[in-house]
Design a protein around this ligand. Structure first.
Ligand code: ADQ
Length: 477
């Protein structure tokens, strides 16, 4: 059995309970094969030069964790810059928020090159390498240029926008060509696959070989949808534990006369949080019977505070929340509780179970795991209703949710009204179908299907080793 090597921007000790579903799922396989997990340590170091930080390794059971610090300049250009101020907004269709700063690309490429150079000596001949997410798109190209011949798969956790939006990226040819250094590219949804294929065929001149296979730059690539799931069993276990049960009971007691609605997100502009507050305001305006009853709890964890677009979002949201409570609140009822904090993972199932309506309404999302966590947390005998944006990857799978357009305040308010008043039998039927799908397509199913596809993929002829092209503007330092 081949050893698995996982590469991601951040890594987690898979033995620690706080690591979460993805880390646990990857950790399972890593532990079985005695694997290696490589990535950034999370440390911004003053002791190394850009592109030249030291490798550190430590054991976590049978898994080797190999990490590299980042110099401050690299952190600013690779992580905050190109990854989070260019790729994140563009891939979430927000060209208006992209900060196309030339120096960011230099740092992005420098860090990917450094990672490739540090990782290469750790690799064994029959390793299977699985690279994760937008921070590391050019990693395989850099590895190949150093002579790496192992199979390499890539999974993108965020959406792929339509070709014309991708083409707005100044270095799109360079970036997209780098995908051909992989053997398999996994995306979250069929919509993402369609966009990716159309870009490669129309903009990069790739040949469509059918069956998800594309040929270009003397290489063959397979692309497919592998929608990520949650660790259902682990989440159910959490839901039965005392902290989740107490959280649910305390909320139900406090809000005995109310109907709770819940939103849990990272505070990110892709999550459609202000739009959700506006739709809730519209609900109170249009359906006044919900006043003194419907209460929205919104827990938005701090995220990327040092990127400008996030500071603006926070201010906008605080204004909206203050206004709704000021305009509609009463001595014995506040319509909205906004909490700008991360809540302990152990409490999340209890929060979800107490909520009659789960509001998952991103403007664009690769998948959105909160939608699946909400489904799994419900009491099947008296389940709540999931209101889900049609623009979340999860909407392709969770068709029994109430699907909404988060840009349309009026129809979203109507959907919330429907959710609040949905008869028990319909709630049960919808929930049963959502639960079956979420169970069958859990995180272990996702990991197995991706790795089977990667292992089954006919490897590219090693003599056609991919050579990365320099980005426009010449070789970065
Ligand atoms: P994210 O955008 O981070 O991930 P998402 O899928 O929404 O996220 O998952 C977030 C996780 O963090 C969930 O497990 C949720 O419970 C937890 N969480 C969020 N806010 C929290 C809070 N305030 N307190 C406590 N816990 C909180 C990216 C992509 C997604 C994709 C995932 C996985 O953007 O589209 O689903 O990767 O591929």
């Amino acid at each position: 059995m081949s050893r698995l090597v996982v590469v991601s921007n951040r890594l987690a000790d898979p033995r620690k309970p706080a690591a979460g579903g993805l880390a646990v799922a990857l950790g399972d396989t890593l532990s079985r094969t005695g694997g290696l997990w490589f990535g950034w340590s999370g440390v911004v170091s003053e002791h190394c030069q850009p592109g030249e930080c030291q490798l550190q390794t430590r054991q976590a059971g049978r898994v080797t964790l190999a990490t590299v610090d980042l110099a401050a300049e690299d952190h600013a250009a690779y992580y905050q810059g190109y990854s989070n101020s260019v790729l994140w907004p563009v891939f979430h269709y927000r060209l208006d928020l992209a900060d196309m700063h030339g120096a960011y690309l230099d740092g992005y490429r420098r860090v990917n090159r450094m990672f490739a150079a540090k990782l290469l000596p750790l690799l064994q001949d029959d390793d299977i390498i699985w690279v994760h997410d937008y921070h590391l798109i050019p990693l395989a190209a850099e590895l190949r240029s150093l002579g790496c011949r192992q199979r390499i798969g890539f999974f993108l956790h965020i959406p792929v926008p339509p070709p014309l939006l991708l083409a707005a990226l100044p270095q799109h040819e360079w970036l997209m060509r780098a995908f051909f250094a992989y053997d398999l590219v996994g995306l979250q949804s069929e919509a993402d696959v369609a966009h990716f294929r159309r870009y490669m065929i129309n903009e990069a001149g790739a040949e469509d070989l059918g069956d998800g296979r594309l040929a270009a730059f003397s290489r063959e690539l397979r692309v497919g949808a592998f929608p990520i799931g949650i660790d259902v069993q682990e989440f159910e276990r959490l839901g039965r534990a005392s902290e989740a049960v107490q959280t649910c009971e305390a909320l139900r007691a406090e809000y005995a006369r109310r109907q709770l609605l819940l939103g849990i997100d990272r505070l990110d502009y892709s999550k459609g949080i202000p739009q959700r507050v506006r739709a809730f305001r519209q609900l109170l305006e249009k359906y006044p019977e919900n006043r003194h009853s419907a209460t929205l709890i919104m827990i938005a964890s701090p995220s990327r505070d040092d990127v400008m677009a996030y500071t603006d979002l926070r201010q906008e949201l605080e204004g909206l929340c203050g206004a709704i409570n000021g305009d509609y609140g009463d001595l014995d009822w506040m319509p909205l509780r906004y909490i700008h904090r991360i809540v302990a993972r152990r409490r999340v199932p209890g929060l979800c179970r107490a909520a009659r309506v789960g509001l998952v309404t991103p403007l664009r999302d690769g998948m959105n795991l909160v939608a699946k966590e909400y489904v799994v947390s419900q009491d099947p005998a008296d389940p709540g209703v999931l209101v889900l944006s049609r623009f979340a990857g999860a909407a392709e799978q969770l068709k029994d949710a109430l699907l909404v357009n988060p840009y349309d305040r009026e129809s979203m308010a109507d959907a919330i009204q429907t959710a609040l008043h949905m008869p028990l039998e319909e709630r049960q039927q919808r929930h049963a179908r959502l639960l079956t799908h979420t169970r069958e397509h859990d995180v272990h199913w996702w990991r197995r299907s991706f790795l089977q596809a990667l292992q089954g993929h006919e490897a590219n002829d090693p003599s056609t080793l991919f050579t990365p092209s320099p980005p426009p503007g010449g070789e970065p330092g």
